[in-house]
Design a protein around this ligand. Sequence first.
Ligand SMILES: Cc1cc2nc3c(=O)[nH]c(=O)nc-3n(C[C@H](O)[C@H](O)[C@H](O)COP(=O)(O)OP(=O)(O)OC[C@H]3O[C@@H](n4cnc5c(N)ncnc54)[C@H](O)[C@@H]3O)c2cc1C
Length: 386
Amino acid sequence: MPLDFSFTEEQEFFRQTVRDVVNRLIMPRVVELDEKEEFPWDLWKEFAELGYLGLRHDEKYGGMGTDTITQMIFYEEMARGSCGFNMAVTLHVLMGTYFIGRYGNEETKERILIPAIKGEKIGTICFTEDQSGSDLAGTRTLATKVDGGWRINGRKQWITNGPIADFATVMATVDSKLGLKGLNFFLVEKKTAYRDGFVPGQRLHKLGARCSMTGELVFDNVFVPDENFLGEETGKGVEYAGEILNEVRVLTAVTACAMARLAMDDAREYAKNRIAFGKPIGNYQLIRKKFAKFWAWYEASRTFAYKCAWMIQNKIPCTNECAMVKYHATEMCMYAVEEAMRIYGGNAFCTEYPVQRYWRDAKFLLYGGGTHEILCDFIGRAYLKD
Ligand SMILES: Cc1cc2nc3c(=O)[nH]c(=O)nc-3n(C[C@H](O)[C@H](O)[C@H](O)COP(=O)(O)OP(=O)(O)OC[C@H]3O[C@@H](n4cnc5c(N)ncnc54)[C@H](O)[C@@H]3O)c2cc1C
């Protein structure tokens, strides 16, 4: 196959369409969404009507059934808008519904996936607990087998969409002594008068991505029927999580690219207009170097991210590449938002300028899909193994 870096006409058209939607519906509201810290249900409904909540799912369930590269285009364009809304949408589209689409039975898909694609239900994924984040073997949420199903006990924290979620894919252990081999996924619904389920706990107030609702979910002896066990056999939860981890890392990388670009494009305008010592600050070599380093690093990250998307799409093994691209692109983004802050001088510290928001929002990229340290450890070990 010849080397070809171009997007298809359909992908270019899709990019332009999403860009127009983001410009029209989200851009005018980014400041309000950040300040109010409220979830924008009206935008959610609009995105459902546009079909974006079913981006990756089968057309049979009302989804768009797009390829991986097209999904990354969507995530990249969305990242230019509200970070919080982007987080809520991407979490729902990818991790919140993936395991139901992959392992749910037809009844579950009818009841959960179809309304989720229509925007009538909102979903999430629950790994993190008080004492386990990077180290999933530390999971304490317990699933106990009972007649006809399972009883779930435990608490999850840092859950995106948690306070507003209707359903959650929950990682729980059948026996904490088994470590990673005891982990499984369960579909758990919110407690209602008719259904046993989780209850939302404390909501968190965040540094950035503030209009996404984040918080704790509490599972108090919750009964879930056998059909809500997501998978083919017990003990494969980590393996199943691995199916989607590459996509999560590439999604984070394209998001980092878009956020970095936004911050540096703004800083470029500022550098052209801000006068110091009689000249625009962009005329000084030390300032120009910031743009040079960013631009070169950005282009490498973005090209690498789409290469990873292409590898996923073509089912080429790429676990190491996806870990590297998340590491590379998020570090690039941290550099970009930090340097953009410096270019703005004291004005960066004022909420009137968006650069402080880019800086605050970008920090969320550092956690999901592996922290800097976890990724470096993984990449280093893989390199030494060869
Ligand atoms: C905005 C936001 C949204 C989130 N949404 C979700 C969600 O929807 N669902 C969900 O399940 N979770 C979610 N999380 C949680 C996220 O997945 C965790 O923060 C992440 O897995 C890291 O875990 P931790 O925060 O517990 O850090 P820890 O694992 O406690 O790590 C703390 C520090 O120690 C370092 N460290 C840990 N182990 C090692 C090691 N072996 N070697 C070197 N250094 C190490 C880490 O790199 C880090 O610097 C969210 C987090 C944020 C900030």
